[in-house]
Design a protein around this ligand. Structure first.
Ligand SMILES: Cc1cc2nc3c(=O)[nH]c(=O)nc-3n(C[C@H](O)[C@H](O)[C@H](O)COP(=O)(O)OP(=O)(O)OC[C@H]3O[C@@H](n4cnc5c(N)ncnc54)[C@H](O)[C@@H]3O)c2cc1C
Length: 454
């Protein structure tokens, strides 16, 4: 848990480090204490927290209680015939990969970091580079056990309790504390990815290539240079791939076909503000773009290289300095690609600097009331906190809403609450289910209060 101890509890923040607040902590290994706290009447309530990889404030609770789910990790059972695992909610995707890849099973969906818990994956209904093929995390979850607001424990599965199941998927911990979950893993023959990489010279070309070929690949993601302007605006690098077969490996790799390779190389020390600025970002983006050959098809990459390059440097968010960063991620329908162009144009023409901008195509969403994915384009970008940032994003939020899109709550730290029902039209249905299981609003977070979710 990324936190600092104080006399009244611990200071917690999200990955963007934008709005730290203090809360009392109870480990999820002390279930009786969690139940007692829920049955009490402390006004600021309780929220669960995984590894704090949400960028904003959904896993913190100023003046209230935070349940540290990472205190309860590990596998309850594994069926290696079917790839079905029951994992405690504090188990990380990193642990699942390390334990199960050597046995021929991979997580069905992985985000851009492995430091995400099973509980956090359900509560944000996370997506990966395969959303167009495999949907989001909760499509692969059969059931979970959760502690409700009255301290009781309930088995929730998609058939017998669909309302609570789908209100909890993407429900940001506000329906209960997930204790463990039954997840279907994905079979793999090797731990290597067979990757096609293309360097593409502008946004139009990039989006056309993605629209025409993504469906041929299991995984796809594009990095965009948000500094390039003019004819090069939106230039990028498109990586698409699938797990390699054993025949596709060289002799040496075949001997360790299912080995997991971890490449963490460094830990960043605390940094001053201002390191990420237009000058450094321009230099980084130019070098990153140029280092990639125009076309490189059929090369092999490890799981870490392909899915989690950011995990190479621990605490890399320190690069933004003490003021932190805002991550902004939108999704807009397929036929609203012009909104993506508007965003890229806006960013490339302002002083806001982003070296991390990622474009993906999503497939249809699932049945979760507050789940982020919907069919269309999703663009995610990190920007250091600085002057002018809020007015730029407020303007872009409007463009997203007008197109029928939404922002990803697991990344949000700043959006205006009045946009919630416009972005999430099933919010009222979700509130009703939540009121049914938590009539007194015991589950609360800084985000739920900021956005008026309950
Ligand atoms: C570098 C980076 C890359 C990322 N890439 C992606 C990506 O590609 N796709 C994507 O979808 N997301 C991505 N994310 C976001 C991340 O996957 C989600 O924010 C995820 O929810 C974080 O999991 P966590 O364990 O850190 O949960 P936390 O951030 O601690 O909590 C997130 C939410 O889950 C709830 N929660 C946590 N545990 C439980 C529990 N046991 N019971 C009930 N509720 C619980 C919390 O209350 C909170 O609302 C990325 C984040 C980072 C930092």
């Amino acid at each position: 848990m990324s936190a600092e101890q104080t006399a009244r509890g611990r200071i917690l923040h999200g990955w963007g480090v934008t709005s730290p607040t203090s809360a009392s902590i109870i480990g999820l290994d002390q279930l009786d204490s969690v139940a007692t706290e829920l049955k009490g009447d402390a006004p600021r309530g309780v929220i669960a927290r995984g590894y704090g990889r949400s960028y904003g404030d959904p896993a913190q609770n100023a003046g209230g209680t935070v349940v540290d789910a990472t205190a309860a990790s590990g596998l309850v059972s594994v069926d290696l015939e079917t790839g079905t695992v029951v994992a405690r909610s504090g188990t990380s995707i990193d642990q699942l990969i390390r334990w199960l890849v050597p046995l021929g099973w991979f997580v069905p969906v992985t985000p851009g970091t492995r430091s995400v818990s099973v509980g956090g994956a359900i509560a944000a209904d996370i997506h990966g580079k395969n959303h167009h093929r495999s949907g989001s995390w909760c499509r692969h979850v059969r059931s979970f056990r959760m502690m409700l607001a009255d301290g009781s424990v309930l088995d929730v599965d998609r058939e017998s309790n669909p309302d609570l199941f789908w209100a909890t998927c993407g429900g940001l911990g506000l329906t209960g504390v997930i204790l463990d979950a039954t997840i279907h893993m994905k079979p793999i023959e090797t731990s290597w990815l067979n990757v096609d990489t293309d360097r593409v010279s502008n946004l139009d070309e990039l989006m056309s290539l993605m629209a025409s070929s993504d469906r041929d690949y299991e995984y796809s993601v594009a990095w965009i240079d948000l500094v390039a302007s003019g004819a090069r605006m939106g230039r990028g690098i498109l990586d698409r791939g699938r797990f390699a077969t054993i025949e596709e490996l060289g002799h040496r790799q075949r001997n360790r076909a299912l080995e997991f390779h971890d490449h963490e190389v460094a830990t960043l020390p605390p940094m001053p503000s201002g390191l990420v600025n237009p000058l450094t970002v321009r230099a980084f983006n130019e070098a990153w773009y140029r280092k990639t050959p125009k076309q490189r098809h059929g090369h092999l990459a490890t799981i870490s290289q392909f899915f989690h390059p950011l995990d190479l440097v621990r605490d890399w968010n320190r690069i933004y300095g003490p003021r932190g960063c805002i991550q902004w991620q939108c999704v807009v329908p397929m036929d609203s690609g012009d909104v993506i162009e508007t965003v890229v144009r806006k960013l490339s023409s302002t002083h806001l600097s982003s070296f991390l901008a990622v474009l993906k195509l999503m497939g249809p969403g699932d049945g979760a009331y507050l789940s982020f994915p919907q069919e269309g384009w999703t663009l995610a970008l990190d920007v250091p906190v600085g002057a002018g940032i809020h007015s730029v994003f407020d303007e872009l939020d409007e463009a997203v809403v007008e197109a029928g899109g939404r922002l990803y709550l697991a990344k949000d730290a700043r959006m205006r609450p009045e946009l919630m029902p416009l972005m999430y039209p099933r919010l009222e249905e979700w509130r009703e289910i939540r009121r049914g299981v938590d009539p007194e609003g015991r589950f609360q977070s800084d985000m739920s209060r900021r956005l008026g979710l309950s």
